[in-house]
Design a protein around this ligand. Structure first.
Ligand code: PNS
Length: 170
């Protein structure tokens, strides 16, 4: 009897930095697949706050309790990376209707480029449906409280990088 191929999913993103919204998605997807690769985009158009290595490290710490989750980075076309990794699934989270148009465009372009790879959308957890890395950085830079929105070690790094006086969060 032939063994069925491993079901490998890629969850791509900027993760600048990882939030509990991302982690919620990772925790809910991981049991559905054999391996979940969280893939940090290397060449983000705008300059990220954290380096690729820092973003990867924060994700590794946050997902350390999930044995089938791997954290990696990529550049170039996402679907080429997914092919190289043997993935059949791309995971993206949707928080609100406003996310839908951008996500639909990406999913359809990715399908055109790689019809054999499916995009799977998961709804953000209700508790995190307002949450984004951009807003977390803005709140930190303005001296606000982000506990419960990002892991404690991420909050510490944010506070080091964006002391409350900094008014220009990226
Ligand atoms: O967290 P983000 O910034 O919304 O993630 C965007 C990401 C990384 C998924 C997207 O920019 C991407 O896939 N970039 C890789 C380049 C690529 O494949 N572009 C064509 C996709 S339609």
């Amino acid at each position: 009897m032939s063994k069925s191929p491993l079901r490998i999913a890629v969850y791509p993103g900027s993760f600048d930095p990882v939030t509990y919204g991302h982690l919620d998605l990772i925790e809910r997807c991981a049991p559905l697949v054999d391996r979940l690769i969280v893939a940090v985009l290397r060449n983000a158009g705008k300059e990220p706050l954290f380096s690729t290595e820092e973003r990867v490290e924060m994700l590794r710490q946050a997902a350390a309790h999930l044995p089938n989750v791997e954290v990696d980075s990529f550049d170039g076309l996402l679907v080429e990376y997914a092919r190289r990794r043997g993935a059949c699934l791309l995971l993206r989270g949707i928080r609100a209707i406003s996310d839908y148009e951008y996500e639909l465009q990406m999913a359809l372009m990715n399908r055109r480029l790689a019809p054999e790879i499916e995009t799977m959308f998961m709804m953000a957890g209700e508790a995190y449906s307002f949450l984004s890395s951009r807003l977390v950085k803005e709140v930190i830079a303005l001296g606000g409280d982000v506990s419960g929105l990002v892991p404690p070690q991420v909050e510490t790094k944010l506070r080091e990088r964006l002391p409350p006086s900094s008014s220009n969060p990226r």
